[in-house]
Ligand binder design. Structure first.
Ligand SMILES: *Cc1c(COP(=O)(O)O)cnc(C)c1O
Length: 355
């Protein structure tokens, strides 16, 4: 049930896409099922949380919030005291795109950005060495005490941490008594690439809290905060409520999650988005004048194109960003990106380059 061919698609963000049929189906089911208890005491929320526990093969505490900024900010606030700090990359969404939300909701916990010029840093990743360096640089009372390492999976640059990479970073974190947070706005895309069990790249690798993105994977709205370390979830419900993130008709967030989780629709959606990014990559790398900045591992392609070409594409109505993570055009594919949309974009780039 993809949109009619004449409907325009874009590469600006995977949140430009609508909701997938399965999410819509369960939204309508929840709406048609009569009155239900509010604030998450309904059967849909129970069912979605149970499905998440099954998916991760563990007894996690699960909360649903409206968006990723709130999921990250509230999760980090739950993991930190105000005098603590959170280690992340310079391109981390929590650092560059959440308007200070993590610092605000944690009452001042500071983000410590791992500056580095390693190949991993170029690919938007933290390394064990970078974490070690930041933790050991200062230990005195004047410095905000490192408490959390935050990894983005898939990263803001469309790359993916391997299971071994997450394990190694988590091991360094644990050796210094730090907790591990994972911003999984595109967790599904990472799992689709890795082909591993979701448990293997999260709690079995040392991740304590995962913010599992649903919006970019085909939901209308809603992210899940999954606490593998359940002690960190103490009083979290109050934190969510105080932040204005407790949906009173929670079932309209959670029922669509049931649609994503049952039948592994989340994985199918992610595999499709990733495949479209591969198709886009193949098309663009064949063009003289376009430089793909690194091989895509999830659903993003980063490419350098001459500015007149970019302007020509914008003039034709294409939407994509240039400012993300310091360079190149970021082209995101979504769960519903059609091959024809990819091919049309590539053809337009080719024309703009002069044939
Ligand atoms: C989109 C995104 C989020 C969530 O953003 P919201 O707009 O607040 O839902 C978080 N982290 C990353 C890496 C993202 O790309």
């Amino acid at each position: 049930m993809s949109p009619a061919p004449e409907i325009r698609q874009h590469f600006a963000s995977d949140n430009y896409a609508g909701m997938c049929p399965e999410a819509l189906h369960w939204l309508l089911e929840a709406n048609g099922s009569g009155h239900e208890p509010a604030y998450g005491d309904d059967r849909w929320t129970q069912r979605a949380a149970d499905r998440l526990r099954e998916l991760f093969q563990t007894e996690a505490d699960v909360y649903f919030v409206f968006n990723g900024t709130a999921a990250n900010s509230l999760a980090l606030a739950a993991m930190c005291q105000s005098y603590h700090s959170v280690i992340c990359t310079p391109v981390a969404h929590i650092e560059t795109d959440e308007c200070g939300g993590p610092e605000f909701f944690s009452n001042g916990s500071k983000l410590l950005v791992a500056e580095g010029v390693s190949e991993a840093a170029r690919l938007g990743k933290l390394t064990p060495a970078a974490v070690e360096a930041l933790v050991t640089r200062r230990r005195d009372i004047h410095y905000p005490r490192p408490k959390v390492v935050s990894l983005t999976q898939a990263t803001e640059l469309g790359t993916v941490y391997s299971v071994d990479e997450v394990r190694a970073i988590a091991a360094v974190a644990k050796s210094h008594e730090l907790k591990v947070h994972m911003d999984g706005a595109r967790f599904a895309n990472a799992v689709a690439t890795l082909g591993c069990a979701p448990a293997d790249i999260t709690w079995r690798a040392g991740v304590d809290v995962l913010c599992f993105g649903g919006t970019k994977n085909g939901l209308p709205v809603g992210e899940a905060v999954v606490f593998f370390d359940r002690t960190l979830a103490a009083d979290f419900a109050w934190r969510v409520k105080q932040a204005g993130q407790l949906a009173s008709k929670m079932r309209f967030i959670s029922a669509p999650w049931v649609g994503l989780l049952e039948g592994d629709v989340w994985l199918r959606n992610a595999r499709h988005a990733n495949a479209m990014a591969q198709r886009l990559h193949e098309g663009l790398k064949a063009l003289d004048g376009v430089q793909v900045l690194h091989p895509p591992q999830a659903n993003a392609v980063f490419a350098q194109m001459p500015q007149p070409v970019v302007e020509a594409l914008y003039a034709q109505g294409w939407k994509f960003y240039q400012f993300i993570a310091g360079g190149g055009c970021r082209l995101m594919c979504a769960w519903d990106t059609r091959p024809e949309s990819v091919d049309r974009f590539v053809a337009d780039v080719k024309t703009a380059l002069g044939g």
